[in-house]
Design a protein around this ligand. Structure first.
Ligand code: HEM
Ligand code: HEM
Length: 202
């Protein structure tokens, strides 16, 4: 099912979650770290261009995802989850959403205000949309570079929480974000919810 329900993420939410997670963890961050450690040359230029392009794609996916999130039901957390864990999960998710916009925005503003090009497919140089302003560019550069550590910390907390659900609580919260084909047989189970949630399948 494409849509979310009160107990399950729909295929659109699941696809967006894993596409964006993979783009950030496996592509954008490694490319960012490698490109700044290389000496100037063709490879560095290609990586810079890819980093800018993928960053804008992540921003557009985040916009679509937020729109989808706001117009869909959101699966509830297990009723027996301790209050502090439910609050941590909500705060962590909110911070991740903020970072999905903040990282591309600071990267874009740093680049564009610094007078560097921001090519985006056939749309030309998006950097021209913003006037040059070197002091402001330096500020956004520092924000972009230091914010990566906030991203690492929040993502690590998020993954730790997900693994806690998977191995400690075994309450089905981890499994409900997996594509249906990758779920263990027997479906997902969110304990502590009313009985009708017990064998929830889509
Ligand atoms: C989710 C999106 C993004 C993430 C996670 C991300 C992450 C990173 C990381 C980890 C670095 C290496 C920082 C360092 O240690 O020096 C970096 C550098 C950089 N990023 Fe991004 N970035 C994103 C989006 C963007 C966008 C959209 C642009 C521009 C349009 C951009 C432009 C740059 C530039 C120019 C640098 C080099 C900074 C320097 O000169 O040291 N980034 N980014
Ligand atoms: C291996 C890495 C990851 C794992 C195992 C993982 C796991 C999960 C799981 C199980 C949920 C569902 C929680 C629930 O049903 O209540 C979830 C939600 C979420 N994840 Fe991840 N995640 C990972 C990486 C990421 C990354 C890199 C980001 C973004 C930078 C991210 C952003 C989110 C957000 C924003 C939600 C909340 C969804 C919403 O409320 O719309 N995740 N994640």
């Amino acid at each position: 099912m494409k849509q979310n329900t009160r107990t399950q993420w729909g295929q659109v939410s699941i696809a967006l979650h894993w596409t964006v997670a993979a783009l950030i963890l496996l592509v954008q961050v490694p490319v960012g770290l490698i490109m700044v450690s290389l000496s100037q040359g063709t490879l560095q230029n290609v990586l810079f261009t890819s980093h800018k392009l993928i960053g804008i794609v992540i921003f557009l996916l985040a916009l679509f995802r937020l729109g989808w999130r706001l117009t869909q039901p959101v699966p509830s957390l297990p009723a027996d989850l301790p209050g502090w864990q439910a609050t941590s999960a909500r705060v962590t998710h909110a911070l991740l959403y903020i970072l999905l916009f903040w990282m591309p925005l600071t990267g874009f503003l740093y680049t564009a205000l610094g007078g560097y090009p921001v090519p985006f497919f056939g749309l030309g140089d998006l950097g021209k949309l913003v006037p040059d302003n070197k002091p402001a560019a330096e500020l956004f550069e520092a924000m972009h570079i230091y914010s990566q550590f906030i991203l690492y910390a929040v993502a690590a907390l998020h993954v730790a929480g997900a693994l806690h659900h998977r191995f400690q609580r075994q309450d089905g919260v981890f499994e409900r974000m997996l594509p249906p084909a990758a779920r263990p047989s027997g479906g997902t189970r969110v304990t502590g919810e009313p009985a009708r949630y017990g064998a929830s399948r889509r």
